[in-house]
Design a protein around this ligand. Structure first.
Ligand SMILES: [Zn+2]
Length: 310
């Protein structure tokens, strides 16, 4: 609804006499459908009183006029603009608010992070384990923040739109270099001897949903990968799982090539063709079936390989 659309409704609701009084007009008398006030106009020391409100002949909303030095008149909106110096739009907003006509951006509360996780089929522990929080972007729209935690700080983050139809689904801080997502899980990886390298934060979340303390890190796209990270994967059995698209292919190739020397072994685990990525795959399966299928996919490329702990 635009400002203009709601003007007739607004003017019909406003008690103009009360509005004049609120803005400093002192009521003198009521006669013949008119209410006379000592004019609240700036600089008008009105003893007469020469300001009145009246019902116009055309049947519209009540109007006011100062018939003396101010020589002005209008409706309730004009009065607020005149006496407060605000714009017409601001006067409409103020009056609408006073009349209880405030339009709320949305009557539906954004879901909590736990509810948002539940909509993706994830348990509530995903939000706490990954430290997910609800934030608002510069347009006031809610997003779920995935913090990239490292050594007690959060050097990077990605904010996912709550609304799946949002044009910009992910927002990241500009001018900052991404790090690996859940990089601190490399510690778990070195205890277990293996690590899963996934292509996105929701893929890691999907794995965190199914397994307890999984050794899984996320790389937010091939462009984020740094060859200099290779030594961090020294001695590990590495399972690389990229998305089922061209970018995913580049991601797998680049990571695999870079880890050849440092990792104990590197293999590409394939997401079934019908799914875009791990998160998509997980969303279509219950946890037990997903576990069976993922372990079968690992077994297919790395026979005799360890099962996920937990
Ligand atoms: Zn006046």
């Amino acid at each position: 609804m635009t400002h203009t659309d709601r003007i007739p409704d607004l003017l019909a609701r406003v008690d103009l006499d009360a509005l004049v009084a609120r803005h400093g007009g002192r009521e003198a008398r009521r006669t013949g459908g008119r209410t006379y006030f000592h004019c609240p106009g700036p600089g008008h020391d009105d003893r007469t009183p020469s300001f009145d409100t009246y019902q116009p002949a055309n049947g519209g909303a009540r109007r006011w006029a100062c018939r003396s030095v101010c020589s002005r008149g209008g409706d309730a909106i004009d009065l607020v603009v005149w006496l407060t110096g605000c714009t017409k739009a601001q006067a409409i907003d103020q009056l609408a608010s006073e009349e209880g006509m405030v339009e709320r951006p949305s009557l539906v509360e954004p879901p909590s992070v736990a509810q948002w996780c539940a909509l993706r089929g994830w348990g509530p522990w995903v939000a706490s384990e990954l430290g997910l929080t609800l934030v608002k972007d510069k347009f006031g729209r809610p997003r779920v923040r995935f913090p990239f935690r490292f050594e007690g700080g959060v050097p990077y983050h990605q904010d996912r739109a709550i609304d799946d139809a949002a044009k910009v689904r992910w927002l990241s801080p500009t001018g900052r270099q991404p790090i690996a997502y859940e990089a601190e899980r490399l510690r778990i990886a070195h205890e277990r001897g293996h690590v899963f390298i996934l292509e996105g934060v929701t893929d890691v979340a999907a794995i965190v949903d199914v397994y307890s303390a999984p050794a899984a890190v996320g790389i937010p796209g091939v462009g984020a990968w740094r060859s200099s990270w290779a030594p961090s994967f020294k001695g590990l059995v590495v399972y690389v799982i990229g998305d089922n698209d061209e970018a995913g292919g580049k991601f797998r190739a680049r990571v695999t090539a870079d880890l050849q020397h440092d990792a104990r072994s590197v293999c590409n685990v394939h997401v079934p063709k019908e799914f875009k990525d791990v998160a998509d795959w997980r969303a279509a399966r219950d946890p037990q079936d997903f576990d069976d299928e993922l372990m079968a996919a690992v077994e297919a490329v790395a026979p005799g390989s360890v099962r996920m702990a937990g």
